[in-house]
Write a protein that binds this ligand. Structure first.
Ligand SMILES: NC(=O)c1ccc[n+]([C@@H]2O[C@H](COP(=O)([O-])OP(=O)(O)OC[C@H]3O[C@@H](n4cnc5c(N)ncnc54)[C@H](OP(=O)(O)O)[C@@H]3O)[C@@H](O)[C@H]2O)c1
Length: 249
């Protein structure tokens, strides 16, 4: 059944406490993951409930996190949320941002300037996981900017103040779907961000989705796993990815 939510803007005042809870979850030494992951649950708002947003959101629901998927046409998400069960809701982009202790964004990169204009203020201060890739044939001139400046730096320019972490951008959604929770060694997911707390939250969410996070560095280092870079498209374990990127084991 289609579940439409009411925005509770008053929650924003509680985000300090929620942030502490998120961090507590992220820093738990025995990282629970996958189905019935133990530990505190994070409310996740998703902007762009397409292939990648729908897939990764579904994995988080499997791990027990409540997820609000958003669309400019939320009624189109009726089937998705019905399939994913009671932890799934659908709403507008505003509702997803208000709902999420963490926001996951997976839209065509060319939509980022518009999203910045419409939602930049409400995303400031939020932990935002960014899976967007820039594709010249689809996204136009902004793909050149990404080539010049690097994707992490460019995303941060359009989402100033967001606690941005690059994540889940390197592989096709079908691979994420098929390889989640695979027997050890699990599939590696490179992540990068300037905000260490946000990076730890993202790392926990990578584990909860059923993968091993590999911390590549700051947002400037996210260019090492953007499209065309050595860390992109690597269906490998964390140890192999660290080796390929000359990171400490
Ligand atoms: N497909 C993959 O396997 C994959 C893997 C890794 C990374 N990525 C990257 O992830 C991003 C999404 O890819 P995808 O394949 O999931 O695309 P998709 O299936 O086409 O879904 C994109 C979603 O973005 C939303 N969207 C588009 N413009 C928007 C705007 N201006 N404001 C708000 N929402 C907007 C659309 O939602 P509504 O039309 O419903 O509003 C749509 O559901 C891309 O940057 C892609 O390069 C994709």
């Amino acid at each position: 059944m289609f579940k439409h939510v009411t925005v509770d803007r008053g929650r924003r005042g509680l985000l300090g406490a929620a942030g502490a809870l998120i961090l507590q979850a992220a820093l738990q030494p025995t990282a629970a993951s996958g189905q019935d992951a133990a530990g505190p649950k994070m409310k996740i708002g998703i902007i762009g409930a397409g292939h990648i947003g729908g897939t990764i959101g579904g994995l988080w629901i499997r791990a027990g996190h409540p997820v609000l998927f958003s669309s400019r046409h939320p009624e189109d998400l009726r089937d998705l949320v019905a399939r994913l069960g009671p932890l799934a809701q659908a709403g507008t982009v505003d509702q997803a941002i208000a709902f999420g202790d963490v926001v996951f964004i997976a839209v065509p990169y060319g939509a980022l300037p518009q999203i910045s204009k419409d939602y930049g203020k409400s995303l400031a201060g939020k932990i935002v996981l960014d899976a967007n890739n820039a594709v010249a044939s689809r996204d136009g001139a902004i793909a050149d900017e990404v080539e010049r400046s690097g994707i992490g730096v460019t995303s941060q320019k359009y989402l100033p103040g967001a606690r941005l972490v690059r994540a889940f951008n390197t592989l096709n959604y079908r691979i994420f779907e098929q390889e989640a929770e695979r027997p050890a060694p699990r599939l590696a997911v490179p992540i990068a961000g300037d905000d260490q707390e946000a990076v730890q939250v993202a790392a926990q969410l990578v584990r909860d989705a059923g993968f091993d996070p590999v911390e590549v560095g700051k947002l400037a280092d996210a260019s090492r796993f953007q499209r065309g870079a050595p860390g992109y498209g690597q269906n490998v374990s964390a140890a192999e990815l660290r080796q390929k990127l000359s990171l400490a084991p």
